[in-house]
Design a protein around this ligand. Structure first.
Ligand code: SF4
Length: 616
């Protein structure tokens, strides 16, 4: 059983009696050895396969010295910006520098560069020349093709080219990195690995030849398998928004592990080539990853700075599954974890709960058992295992597909067994809940069970907006579904004699949303005395459906024009309307009402200021 952190210094290497590492992972996050942190998962996965792995967390990117501190790896450098895209980590939705970084020691900002993947990779090249570099993590994953970058307000080329990396791993990455390490060990070619993208020059006819090239470096000739699709080039998509939409649509519809084709996008004389996503993990495979010997703590090197704030929220939480079949337009999960739900076994989760509950610092509360959507644990469709997801319909929109089976019985059994563990007093479900899966009769027992045992006074749900045409663009259920859920939730809590609330997540300034739409949302909230705190100013993320709509002002599937609130002034008005109870928003609300010629409503806003605020 592993009982130590992965090495981060020469001293650590000496202690282990190693003079070199096989793989060095450079990450924009502090080193937290926990399965919620990508660098830890990848490091432990490689270690379990017998590779010697070290970590360089948050190196000083202004010099090359930090990148040299563990020497040159025998196989490769793995580079990640961390658990978040570095631009999202460094800037607010108003494009202002953030004052806090939860993934850094003491929450201090400024410890990761903008565009960390590119900066780190180029420093490594400076220090070590042609050492193989593998990039991965959410930043690399969502920037694998030419993409719209909100911070630059322009289309950037694939991150593979700017980083000069040898290969990009997209998605969660465990299976890909092991395959890459093994191939490099055997001096084999890196082309053709599912869940990766590489750069090369195309050879011969795009669709006529099969096979792979025999060299791995960027710029080599790649022979594409039959059926590969060439999408509009970087040069085309950066000049023409219709071509941008065409490219996006092809990428989007080829993210299924069973049906997805090899995609190639030309950048000048070279091609970025993406291989289809990896096949879904079985429960056993996923269990193995989460059962690796993590230290479940931040590295002691951060004691002086007070630890890593972001770790506190996951310290006593458990990841039960991956993937989401919801396909919300603004979410990057579809392109990263995919639509097929992959759940861990109850046994494995129960063991993890037991392990956590035996830790000396455990005070009796498991804070979360969840995933991207908590109530999709063990959800299944008969198609997922062998043929993948449907291309012509969604699993949850407009209503739940009849082939989708929820795993509520399994979930309830698991949660009750966790609650029965010796040291566990509470086991909460803090991850977001998909409320449209909780309105029919079949789900009543599950909802009542959650309300009775696993809600800490408030349940997190994401209505996002109230205007149906905006919800349609977001790929969310119509608003009457939310209303139905609220009635049911309140009835159940009443019958349980419990006072429990909803935390409502809303998105301000999403494509499709006019000031009139947001005013109608504000009036709805006002009527129900809801004063939302969880508002997200819409940020167009690369390779998301909403990000594409923001940039092109069109729906990439229908080419219908979409109104997009783009100026900071208008974005502020949307937010002010939603946060109607805050007196600081008066001026903005007045401006918004004036634009809509509805100044007569101002009095209503004033009357609703500073009320007995109900936290939602
Ligand atoms: S059959 Fe239904 S649940 Fe299954 S993939 Fe298709 S839409 Fe989703």
């Amino acid at each position: 059983m592993q009982t130590d952190f992965l090495p981060i210094s020469q001293e650590d290497l000496k202690k282990k009696g190693w003079n070199a590492l096989d793989v060095i992972i450079v990450t924009g996050d502090a080193y937290v050895d926990h399965p919620s942190y990508g660098a830890a998962i990848i490091g432990r996965t490689l270690e379990a396969e017998g590779f010697r792995v070290g970590i360089i967390p948050q190196p000083d990117w202004r010099h090359i010295d930090d990148f040299k501190k563990l020497g040159k790896p025998r196989l490769f450098f793995g580079v990640t910006a961390g658990n978040m895209d570095s631009m999202v980590a460094n800037y607010t939705a108003g494009k202002r520098p953030r004052k806090k970084d939860d993934y850094s020691p003491g929450g201090n900002p400024g410890l990761r560069p903008d565009r960390a993947t590119i900066v780190y990779s180029n420093r490594i090249r400076e220090a070590f020349g042609d050492v193989p570099i593998i990039i991965g993590g959410i930043e690399a994953s969502l920037r694998r093709f030419a993409h719209y970058d909100w911070w630059d307000d322009s289309v950037r080329r694939s991150i593979l080219l700017d980083s000069r990396a040898d290969i990009l791993v997209y998605g969660m990455g465990e299976i890909q990195v092991v395959e890459i390490a093994q191939r490099l060990l055997q001096n084999k070619d890196l082309a053709g690995i599912r869940g990766t993208a590489i750069v090369g020059k195309k050879s011969g006819g795009m669709d006529k030849r099969t096979g792979i090239n025999d060299k791995r470096q960027t710029g080599n000739v790649i022979i594409l398998p039959e059926g590969s699709i060439e999408i509009p080039s970087y040069e085309e998509v950066s000049k023409d928004k219709t071509r941008f939409n065409e490219a996006f649509k092809i990428i989007y519809t080829n993210q299924d592990p069973f049906k997805g084709k090899v995609l190639a996008q030309k950048h000048d004389t070279r091609y970025v080539i993406q291989y289809p996503p990896p096949l879904p993990f079985s429960a056993g495979q996923l269990d193995k990853i989460y059962e690796l010997p993590y230290m479940r703590s931040w590295h002691p090197v951060y004691i002086k700075s007070g630890g890593i704030p972001g770790f506190e929220t996951v310290k006593f939480s458990i990841i039960s599954h991956r993937g989401c079949c919801g396909e919300c337009s603004f979410c990057s999960l579809y392109m990263h974890q995919g639509r097929i739900i992959q759940s861990r076994s109850k046994r494995s989760i129960l063991n993890e709960a037991s392990l956590i509950s035996e830790r000396p610092e455990f005070k009796g509360t498991i804070t979360d058992i969840g995933g991207p959507t908590a109530n999709l644990y063990q959800a299944t469709c008969t198609l997922w295992k062998h043929t993948g997801t449907c291309q012509d319909k969604h699993c949850l929109i407009p209503v739940k597909c009849k082939n989708l089976k929820t795993g509520y019985r399994e979930g309830m059994e698991l949660y009750s067994r966790i609650l029965a563990l010796r040291n566990v007093k509470h086991a909460f479900i803090e991850s977001g809940i998909r409320y449209d899966l909780l309105i029919d009769k079949d789900s009543s027992e599950y909802l009542a069970y959650l309300c009775k045992h696993h809600i800490s006074g408030q349940m997190k749900v994401a209505p996002e907006h109230s205007a149906d045409h905006v919800l349609k663009i977001m790929n969310k259920p119509t608003f009457d579904v939310y209303d139905k859920f609220v009635i049911k939730y309140n009835e159940i809590n009443k019958s349980l004699n419990k006072k429990q609330y909803l935390v409502n997540y809303l998105i301000s300034s999403h494509p499709g949303s006019t000031l009139e739409d947001t005013l109608s949302l504000a009036l709805y909230l006002m009527k129900r005395n809801i004063h939302p705190e969880q508002i997200q100013d819409f940020t167009p993320l690369p390779l998301t459906l909403s990000g594409t709509m923001y940039y092109t002002e069109m729906h990439p599937f229908t080419y219908e024009h979409i109104y997009v609130p783009k100026t900071f002034r208008e974005r502020k008005m949307h937010r002010a309307l939603i946060q109607h109870g805050n007196s600081k928003n008066r001026a903005m609300i007045r401006k918004a009402l004036k634009i809509m010629h509805k100044e007569y409503l101002f009095k209503r806003f004033i009357e609703n200021e500073k009320p007995n605020v109900r936290k939602t």
